[in-house]
Design a protein around this ligand. Structure first.
Ligand SMILES: Nc1ncnc2c1ncn2[C@@H]1O[C@H](COP(=O)(O)OP(=O)(O)OP(=O)(O)O)[C@@H](O)[C@H]1O
Length: 297
């Protein structure tokens, strides 16, 4: 099957600065894919290149088999992008804006779909409101609606939940998940790693324009992070001799890989004279994986 997205050896230079240093990546149709990285890693540059808004210095990008440079129109039809920045013409109403966007894609009668999108994004009450009267979070919802107007099979969201309240964030994810279940390919960038962890099946981590990790979310969690054992002890200094890290006074943390190691750790604490008063076991999370990957790369 044609990949939803194919990125091959893409570089991007801004003068002497290299924003993308040879990125190759494929996203299969139907995936929920996460693109993570610290500020300035090159995520937005990569997304802009996919949307045909930025020309790569070298390499090729395809959306559903269409080259985004040489076959721009068809690639763009297959692609919906929710940009990070809120830029609107303030004089149009929400519905007008979506009609104009539909026209841009050559879709004449789109009211039914526009209503469905507005409804799912809780925007129906604001359909006739002028863009300039909307709050920041509502404007962001309109950006999502705009990206979906031509029912693109591939949807890329660049930090869609920045500045969005909890209720909408949950509603938005519900809707995006539904689109993914219906067969749409989703690519998401976010700095909320908890969101990425629960939503994305596969994740690429970008640092300084290079992919430094690429795997299923499950494999990343397993590969890079161990579990942690936190114990409250009677004598923290004695526990330190066993190799823990003191957090605040009486809590000491140890890393471990297999649950069988916990028994041994507790036995060594007892031998060292550190009485155990309370135990907590922490599971690996994407935030720790992210920090580890970034430090290693
Ligand atoms: N038009 C431009 N001219 C010069 N440098 C640019 C331009 N656009 C981006 N850059 C630089 O390229 C690098 C990558 O930027 P990009 O916006 O792709 O990062 P990002 O991963 O999306 O970051 P963030 O998480 O902050 O959104 C940054 O160092 C940025 O300053």
């Amino acid at each position: 099957m044609t990949p939803a997205i194919r990125i091959d050896s893409v570089t991007k230079h801004y003068g002497a600065f290299q924003a993308l240093a040879g990125v190759s990546l494929e996203v299969a149709q139907g995936e929920f894919f996460g693109l993570l990285g610290p500020n300035g890693a090159g995520k937005t540059t990569l997304i802009s290149s996919l949307a045909g808004l930025t020309r790569p210095s070298s390499g090729t990008l395809e959306v559903m088999g269409h080259d985004v440079v040489t076959d721009y129109r068809r690639a763009r039809m297959k692609f919906g992008v929710v940009p990070q920045e809120l830029v609107f013409d303030p004089f149009f109403s929400v519905r007008e804006l979506l009609r104009i966007q539909s026209g841009y894609f050559g879709i004449a009668r789109n009211e039914e779909w526009i209503d469905e999108v507005l409804d799912n994004l809780d925007l129906l009450p604001k359909a006739n409101a002028n863009m300039r009267t909307l709050s920041g979070g509502m404007k962001r919802r309109v950006l999502v609606a705009q990206a979906l107007v031509h029912r693109p099979p591939v949807i890329v969201l660049d930090e869609p939940t920045a500045g969005v309240d909890v209720e909408l964030r949950q509603g938005l994810w519900q809707f995006i998940r539904k689109l993914n279940r219906d067969g749409h390919t989703i690519v998401l960038t976010t700095h909320y790693l908890e969101e990425a962890e629960t939503l994305c099946g596969r994740i690429a981590m970008l640092k300084a324009g290079k992919i430094v990790a690429l795997d299923s979310t499950r494999a990343l969690l397993k590969q890079f992070a161990s579990h942690s054992l936190r114990v409250r002890v009677t004598d923290a200094d004695a526990a330190l001799a066993v190799g823990g890290v003191i957090e605040d006074g009486s809590w000491v943390t140890f890393g471990f890989d297999a649950y069988a190691d916990v028994e041994q750790l507790l036995a060594r604490l007892r031998e060292a004279g550190a009485g155990v008063e309370e135990i907590q076991i922490g599971e690996p999370d994407l935030e720790r994986v992210f920090v580890e990957v970034m430090n290693r790369a």
